[in-house]
Write a protein that binds this ligand. Structure first.
Ligand code: T4K
Length: 389
């Protein structure tokens, strides 16, 4: 609950007033479904004495996720980053792969960690997703694939990227870390490209503590990934792929099953909050809230605002004011992956090709959302931004 009413600049913590919240209000506060249901499942795990290595809870989780998304295979993993690495390896990507810079750095790292060069293509300034023309410009003889990211759960330009991939004989996969519960043309994200990779990290709309999954309709690819996540073993004593330890553990699957039952409620709260933010923020000049297509489903997990040049306060001034009030808004994904190591040294001039990435990175603030964010908190966040602007 907010602790004070903000009417003017004098009421702001940056000007010496006490903070609005005594406990931090986080962007990534985990959503937790039915505790009793989760704890019952933990009891079953202990009774089973089966804690990991493709146990019954993980198998049930995979079945339920595949059913929910309407996809043939869900291969559960220990986190989204390892899931990306395994998908990249199983698809045989090599050389150069085109990715957006405007994403969490894990997308690029998953390639680089395997000796593949991530080549950064620019985004559309309104979509925050890959611009297909920019992708075309980055294709070279070494390019083997494209990883589209459904940033903020809004679908990447799937059809255009598929056309480019087909035209140039490239593999196409998606980083769907933000997109559990999203649709594209009414079809669930999870079924596009060669495969799609989800993150079920604690900070995501749907979480399994840590976790991830690759979904695909391709039987052979799914089988390869299942083996690769378990060191490449096919049966006892027989390794047929280079592999790693990418397994989801039973307790994470239990959390996922409890949270899957609560997912509709989580989305309802996020959506309501999103509308409340939209109503509240519309009177502040220079602040615009990124919108979701009303014809598509989306978890509405990310509340993303852009601070325009016509806003009297800068993005960083607003962030500083919110942090002083104990509201830990974030600048995700500033300054862009191309500005982070090792890519900054590898491609010192990448920014020249990333005009929209640079522009968007300077404007974005992600505000708190989720089951813990109340109408009152949104009112306070609005009052702070209005008073500082
Ligand atoms: N691709 C994309 C597009 C991604 O966004 C991500 C992950 C990945 C791939 C990789 O998936 P994973 O390998 O992570 O499954 C967080 C998450 O760690 C990361 O999963 C996520 N994206 C990224 C967008 O956000 P940080 O460095 O911002 O985390 P941190 O520790 O600052 O936490 C965020 C906020 O949440 C803080 O205010 C604290 C709060 N929090 C966090 C945790 C873990 C809680 O209140 N409770 C918690 O348990 O990266």
């Amino acid at each position: 609950m907010p602790l004070k009413t903000i009417r003017s600049k004098a009421d702001l913590a940056i000007n010496g007033a006490p903070p609005a919240f005594d406990q931090p209000l986080h962007v990534g506060r985990p959503n937790i479904g039915d505790r009793e249901a989760f704890l019952r499942r933990v009891g079953q795990i202990l009774d089973n004495q089966w804690l990991t290595n493709n146990g019954p809870m993980v198998q049930e989780f995979e079945r339920r996720i595949a059913e929910y998304l309407g996809v043939k295979h869900c291969v559960a993993m220990c986190n989204g980053t390892i899931a990306l690495e395994i998908a990249i390896r199983a698809l045989g990507l090599a050389g150069e792969v085109i990715v957006p810079s405007w994403t969490f750095v894990a997308t690029a790292h998953a390639l680089y960690w395997q000796g593949i060069t991530p080549v950064f293509a620019d985004i559309g300034p309104a979509t925050h997703n890959l611009d297909p023309d920019a992708v075309r410009r980055m294709i070279t003889p070494r390019t083997t694939g494209i990883i589209g990211v459904h940033l903020w759960g809004r679908a990447a330009p799937i059809d255009e990227l598929q056309a480019i991939a087909d035209e140039h004989g490239l593999k196409l996969m998606f980083d769907a870390a933000h997109a559990f519960g999203s649709t594209h043309h009414g079809q669930n994200i999870g079924r596009f490209g060669a495969c799609e990779v989800f993150s079920f990290h604690a900070t995501k709309a749907f979480n399994t503590f840590e976790g991830g999954a690759v979904t695909t309709d391709d039987d052979e690819l799914a089988e390869t990934m299942r083996l690769m996540r378990n060191f490449g073993f096919k049966g006892y004593d027989n390794v047929i792929h280079p592999g790693t330890n990418g397994k989801m553990i039973e307790v994470c699957a239990a959390m996922g099953l409890a949270n899957l039952d609560a997912f509709d409620d989580i989305v309802a709260v996020n959506t309501r909050n999103h509308h409340a933010y939209r109503e509240a923020l519309k009177d502040i000049p220079g602040i615009s809230l990124l919108s979701y297509d009303p014809n598509e489903r989306n978890s509405h997990h990310y509340v993303v605002i852009e601070v325009g040049d016509d806003c009297p306060a800068s993005r960083d001034e607003i962030i500083a004011a919110l942090h002083a009030e104990n509201i830990l808004a974030r600048k995700y994904f500033w300054p862009g992956s191309h500005m982070m190591q090792p890519y900054r040294d590898l491609f010192p001039h990448a920014g020249l090709m990333l005009e929209h990435t640079r522009e968007v990175a300077g404007k974005v603030i992600v505000l708190p959302n989720g089951m813990d964010v109340s109408d009152k908190a949104i009112g306070t966040i609005h009052a702070i931004i209005r008073s500082v602007s």
